[in-house]
Structure formats: C-alpha cells, structure tokens
Design a protein around this ligand. Structure first.
Ligand code: KG4
Ligand code: ZN
Length: 350
C-alpha cells in the first residue's frame, strides 16, 4: 500500500513545518515550508551543466548525482531555515512521476530520515507540487481554479477542485510542451535546455516568419506537439535542400508562437465552458515570458484572474513539494515505509 489515511493529531494554531525533498529529474532539491505557504529555505542543486554535454538528461548520471548531493542539500535546507530536524512535523517527498532511479534516491532518503527521526512521511505527486507552487506567492489563491501544467514531461489542463483533488480536462497525446521546446532547440543548434534558449532568442526573431501548424485534437482540450516538431524538422530539411538560409531566431520565434497559441487557445476554450474565474500556470514552461504575457492578456480580456509562480518556482524545486505536502498532511495522508517510486504515477492517484 502506497499510503494510508490516518486520523490527524494536528494541534490547531500550531505552525506546521514540512521538510520537502524533490529528486524526480535532474534537480536535487530540499526545502522547509511553514503552513504550506511560507518558504523558509529552497535549496536547488541543478545538474543542467552536466547533462548539457549529452544534449539531454541521462537517467543513470542523474541518479548518481542525486546520491552525491542529497545529504548536503537537505542539511543546507534545514540550516538556511534555522530549523532542526526535531522541529520538523513531517517529511514530504516526490514519489512520482519521474525517472525511477532519480525518484528512488529522494524516496529512500526521505524514508530513512522520517524513520530515524520518528516523523510522519508524506509521498507527494510531482505535478500536484507544480500546481501548488502557485500558492506560495499568492496567499489569496484557493481552489477551485483551473491550472495549465506545462513541463518537460507533462502538459495537463487541470480543474483544481480542492486541495489534492483534481479533474483532468486535457492532456498531451504525444510530446509534452517542454519536450517539444527541447527537441526543436536541439534541431536548430541552440542546445539543452531548449526552453529558456528559445524564449530568449525569440526576441530577435519574427514569430510570423514561418506559419507552423496549430494542432487541434478532436473536440477535447487535448494537446499534440509531435506534428509541430515534425513541421519544424521538415522546414529545416527543405531549407537545406533548397540552399535557403535558416534564421535560427525566426524558427525559434515561429515555433514558440505556435506552442503559445495552442496553449492559450485550449485554456481559454476550457475556461469558457467551465466558467472559470481563476487560471494558473505551472511547470518549467510556465516560466516562458511569451506564454506568460499571452496568457495574461487573454485572461484580462475575459475577466479571469491570472496566477503564475516566479520562474524559480516554475522549474523543479522542493518548496512546491512542501506546499503540496502540507495540504496532504493536513488531509491526514501518511505514507508507510513501503512507499515506492512510481515513475508513471497519475495525477489524483495514490
Ligand atoms: O518542470 P520542469 O523543471 O521539469 C519537469 O517536470 O519536466 O520543466 C523543465 C522543462 C524543460 O523542457 C525546459 O526546456 C522547459 O521546462 N523550460 C522552458 C523555459 N524554462 C524551462 N520552456 C520554455 N520557456 C522557458 N523559459
Ligand atoms: Zn517538474
């Protein structure tokens, strides 16, 4: 059993301090969060430089680096917060989805720490963490709201019904938005990680230089980015064959415009049908400056309140896990020491 519901013995009016650990991909992160909204520390050890030479995340290297770093990262999170392990109320950890070897490092560490210190353990869904990142800087934000989660591994349009309660309105049928950014960036010679590089170089390009397809998947709010990725690759091949110049910034800006258009279009259609009053974005791609601007304008036009985390809370971090973990903890969720890494964990599943 992954988790068991238990009666909470939480004393009212007492601050609840969560020590959170995140290691699902290439960031080893730990954080101390008070009452789900106040971040006392947010330590992130990124492996990006290490994976850049391979053009993407190498799972085995990621796992090994997590093992090397996790001790120091957790210690630094406690020290920066000025909190001892004894003062912590619970240990929260990402147990899926993600790279199995990478997840296992965080999960095993958190289990050992919780057992050794006699603290409750709370397994947290990574995407739930991304969504919860919005609570940290927006104290007034509470469910229900709609959230577009766009990261390297996920593209989900979610109805956040309540804390820890979700309805999925749409998802990608193939590549995730961030994955498309990374693949296109590699194809046009920008390297890894592609998202931030395309974001930056696009300011020098013309988003209408090439009109790439804006895919529509049936009547659903689902997404598809593999056709767009192929269209970019075909365009590059065709230019090469005809001996035409490839303007990197134009391709980047045109590709990005297609992604942003589709994300905004689906979000606005779903918002209209579901009479949404509050819309949030989350995940690594949510730090894209063009997406933030376009979504903000679309929301403003329709009288929808728009929320987004700061860029550092969009990409993988443990503060978001501490925030989501707090609400799970307050709901009485406790994980047993049989908690395992679940690489394909579905949102809302335990
Ligand atoms: O949420 P995240 O850190 O990890 C996953 O859970 O996947 O997201 C990483 C993804 C990568 O694909 C990266 O290229 C993308 O987020 N990303 C961006 C930007 N910053 C990060 N994509 C577009 N624009 C950005 N500024
Ligand atoms: Zn993530």
């Amino acid at each position: 059993m992954q988790k068991m519901k238990m009666m909470t013995d939480i004393t009212e009016n007492k601050d609840v301090k969560i020590l959170a650990i995140e290691s699902s991909c290439d960031e080893t992160a730990a954080s101390v969060v008070v009452n789900g909204r106040t971040v006392l520390s947010n330590i992130i050890s990124s492996q990006i430089d290490l994976h850049t030479i391979y053009g993407g995340v190498v799972p085995e290297i990621a796992s090994r680096k997590h093992i090397e770093k996790i001790n120091y990262v957790v210690e630094e999170a406690l020290n920066t917060a000025g909190v001892t392990l004894e003062e912590i109320d619970a240990v929260a950890v990402t147990y899926g989805p993600g790279l199995v070897g990478a997840l296992l490092v965080g999960v095993s560490f958190a289990k050992a720490l919780a057992y050794g210190a006699g603290k409750p353990l709370v397994g947290v869904h990574h995407i739930e963490g991304h969504i919860a990142a919005n609570y940290i800087e927006n104290p007034e934000l509470e469910p229900p709201f709609m959230c577009l989660v766009v990261s390297g591994g996920h593209t989900h349009l979610v109805n956040v019904v309540d804390y820890g309660k979700f309805e999925i309105l749409g998802r990608t049928r193939d590549d995730a938005a961030g994955e498309a950014f990374d693949k296109v960036a590699r194809a046009i010679g920008l390297g890894y990680p592609g998202g931030p590089k395309i974001d930056k170089v696009s300011y020098e390009g013309n988003p209408e230089a090439v009109i790439f397809p804006r895919s529509k998947v049936g009547d659903a709010y689902d997404f598809s980015f593999s056709g767009l990725k192929s269209a970019v690759l075909n365009h590059l091949n065709s230019c090469q064959m005809k001996g035409e110049e490839i303007v990197q910034a134009d391709i980047a800006a045109s590709f990005q415009a297609a992604v942003v258009d589709v994300l905004v279009r689906n979000a606005m259609e779903a918002a209209k049908v579901n009479k949404v009053k509050k819309l949030a974005i989350a995940g690594g791609v949510a730090s894209n400056t063009h997406l933030r601007k376009a979504m903000e304008e679309a929301c403003k036009k329709r009288g929808i309140e728009f929320y987004h985390p700061s860029p550092i809370l969009c990409t993988d971090n443990a503060a978001m896990i501490g925030c989501a973990g707090y609400y799970e903890y307050m709901n009485g969720v406790r994980s047993g020491l049989d908690l395992n890494a679940v690489p394909n964990l579905k949102l809302g599943e335990r």
